[in-house]
Design a protein around this ligand. Structure first.
Ligand code: NAP
Ligand code: GCO
Length: 263
């Protein structure tokens, strides 16, 4: 049996109706796992269910806002009753607000931190007790380039994703002794709805300046696709990574390794 086999495992991927979460769930399913996902609205869950079905995957979809601790606890209880104990959690749901810091309200800052940092704490806290009882567990937090780097307009997102990197290391430290591995994936710039505004074609037909910047800054010379995250996620969800804990695996086409071209 392959070390990357996920047969018999139950995976919860948050916010996985489309985008990166969907691609990770697809890869898990191909490796044999049962897929459970949530999204914030019924229409998104329905859209997700149809997308999984089109791929030949029988996924279980639920409405749940990951920032609502009561709703998350109820969801995890329901999954345990209806499907079984969650073996693999991917904290994928996330939002970004691109606003210059001095123009951002404290409320807007809190909203981003709530989804991108507080929610992974809430969901991890909900699944860990049963993982301890079962004797194993895998938690994968979707971090970012902004876990390491800053840039104009993304102060809340960078603060949250930097915090998520440290939450990852802390979960690994606190629960490693229970055979729980908590690692992060730091995607580079990936073509999804979240980054669509950075790739918009300009009125004169040219590519967005940020799009050109990312191509020049990425040794792979392209944006990533959600599918680029599938293999690394399967690795971190499988027994192949049982001695990997508290690590952030950057899947970025080399961005973090590269100083960039001389202008
Ligand atoms: P996306 O296309 O915006 O998908 C994120 C999903 O999370 C959406 O389905 C969204 O629902 C859902 N969501 C948002 N808030 C939620 C909440 N409170 N409860 C439940 N679900 C919620 O994003 P993506 O690009 O696939 O990104 C997925 C993850 O990767 C995020 O954590 C993101 O920060 C991270 N990431 C993305 C990139 C990139 O370049 N795209 C790079 C690095 C890291 P709605 O549609 O209702 O918002
Ligand atoms: C931005 C981007 C990002 C990415 C991603 C990079 O505005 O710079 O949206 O922050 O989506 O997280 O890894």
């Amino acid at each position: 049996m392959s070390q990357f086999d996920l047969s018999g495992k139950i995976a919860l991927v948050t916010g996985a109706s489309y985008g990166i979460g969907f691609a990770i769930a697809k890869a898990f399913s191909r490796a044999g796992a049962t897929i459970v996902f949530n999204d914030i609205r019924q229409e998104l869950v329905d859209r997700g269910l149809a997308a999984y079905e089109a791929e030949g995957i029988k996924a279980h979809g639920y409405v749940c806002d990951v920032t609502d601790e009561g709703a998350v606890n109820a969801l995890v209880k329901k999954i345990e009753e209806e499907i079984g104990v969650i073996d693999i959690l991917v904290n994928n749901a996330g939002i970004i607000k691109r606003i210059p810091m001095c123009k951002m309200t404290a409320e807007e800052f809190r909203q981003v931190v709530d989804v991108d940092l507080n929610a992974p704490f809430i969901v991890a806290k909900a699944v860990i007790p049963s993982m301890i009882q079962k004797g194993h567990g895998k938690i994968i937090n979707i971090c970012s380039m902004m876990s390491e780097l800053g840039r104009e307009t993304v102060s809340a997102y960078a603060a949250a994703k930097g915090g998520l990197k440290m939450l990852t290391r802390n979960i690994a430290s606190e629960y490693g002794a229970y055979n729980i591995q908590c690692n992060g994936i730091g995607p580079g710039y990936i073509a999804t709805p979240q980054t669509a505004p950075l790739r918009e074609i300009q009125p004169d037909g040219s590519r967005h300046p940020f799009d050109q910047f990312i191509i020049a800054k990425t040794p792979a010379a392209r944006w990533g696709t959600p599918e680029d995250l599938g293999g690394p996620a399967v690795f971190l969800a499988s027994e192949a990574s049982d001695f990997v804990n508290g690590h952030i695996l950057y899947v970025d086409g080399g961005i973090l390794a590269y100083i960039g071209k001389q202008p």
